[in-house]
Design a protein around this ligand. Structure first.
Ligand SMILES: Nc1nc2c(ncn2[C@@H]2O[C@H](COP(=O)(O)OP(=O)(O)OP(=O)(O)O)[C@@H](O)[C@H]2O)c(=O)[nH]1
Ligand SMILES: [Mg+2]
Length: 297
């Protein structure tokens, strides 16, 4: 699987990711480059703030780097006054692997996007594919409905919770759990971890599952006490195999394309609304809508 590759072209990759992050819809549509021949395995690590996602990614990356993978991380930070702190936080948690020749990390602000993903995540992932990564891990913060959108872009979604996020779990809807392929009760060294694991597992088990469906396993992982990362790694491989045997690659490509189109149209709409005059916006709703549709043509 791992054919010999040259070193990561960090300079060009960095520049291309910046260009992707800043590209308007028109910039993207004007591109002529075709999709890269192969895509990396894509994993999303999502969950409430501070559940230990970056630390877990670091531990997983270390294993995969040792196994010879070329690994990239896109860490998506919500645009907030704390962004620079969060970016620094992700890097600090990953300092163990940051220096590795086969490792690359890029932090991204979410800018206008409200879905826990940076605006141009599909482009950013394609650029990573052009640089021959074997695996790309996307770290996103939050457990809202739209964070689940990441599911369309990746192969496996890991939901990272911990015993301290009781409030989030209260607020969490069943579909959040449904969107996860693997659920990690992280910081399992803290009290309440086993109780949380059992509670989550019973929620998953009582649901009706179609025959041969993937039923999200719930596992405990702890950086402090050690343990759980090897099991997560095994489940990631198992899920990927299941996916490959069950899902048609063409269907998967179409789902990704549908997501991509949705993000481009949503951005084009908000760009266009931003250019509408106060008079156009103040008109009656039907007229304002017609103005918008006209402007989109
Ligand atoms: N007790 C305990 N603490 C942990 C564990 N893993 C991470 N932490 C701590 O939890 C805090 C947050 O860790 P991060 O890895 O930055 O969490 P994150 O989910 O990436 O945080 P954001 O990116 O800010 O959402 C840090 O202080 C870590 O040292 C663990 O297994 N057990
Ligand atoms: Mg983090």
């Amino acid at each position: 699987m791992f054919q010999k590759k040259g070193p990561i072209d960090r300079f060009n990759l960095g520049r291309q990711l910046t260009r992707d992050a800043n590209a308007s819809v028109s910039d993207i549509l004007a591109r002529t480059s075709s999709a890269p021949p192969r895509t990396a395995i894509r994993i999303a690590m999502t969950g409430p703030p501070g559940t230990g996602k970056s630390t877990l990614i670091n531990n997983l990356c270390r294993r995969h780097l040792e196994a010879g993978y070329r690994v990239g991380v896109l860490a998506v930070d919500p645009t907030s006054p704390f962004t620079s702190g969060a970016i620094l936080g992700d890097r600090v948690r990953m300092e163990n692997v940051c220096e590795h020749e086969n490792f690359f990390i890029r932090s991204l602000a979410t800018r206008g996007a409200h879905n826990g993903l940076a605006d141009n995540t599909p482009e950013l992932l394609m650029t990573m594919d052009c640089h021959e990564f074997d695996e790309v891990i996307v770290e996103t913060v939050g457990v809202g409905q739209i964070e689940c959108a990441v599911r369309d872009l990746v192969d496996t979604t890991v939901l990272v919770l911990n015993p301290a996020c009781g409030d989030y779990i209260q607020a969490m809807k069943a579909w959040v759990l449904e969107a996860a392929d693997i659920i990690v009760v992280n910081k399992a060294d803290l009290p309440g971890a086993e109780k949380l694991r059992v509670a989550l597992q019973s929620v998953i088990r009582v649901r009706q599952h179609p025959a041969q469906a993937w039923i999200a396993p719930v596992i405990k992982v702890s950086h402090e006490a050690g343990g759980g990362v090897a099991e997560l790694d095994r489940l990631l491989s198992e899920h990927l195999q299941w996916r490959r045997s069950r899902l048609d690659p063409l269907e998967r490509r179409r789902a990704r394309r549908a997501y991509h189109l949705t993000t481009l149209v949503a951005r084009r709409v908000s760009e266009t609304i931003g250019r509408m005059s106060p008079e156009q916006l103040d008109a009656g709703l039907a007229e304002a809508f017609a103005n918008l549709v006209d402007a989109l043509r």
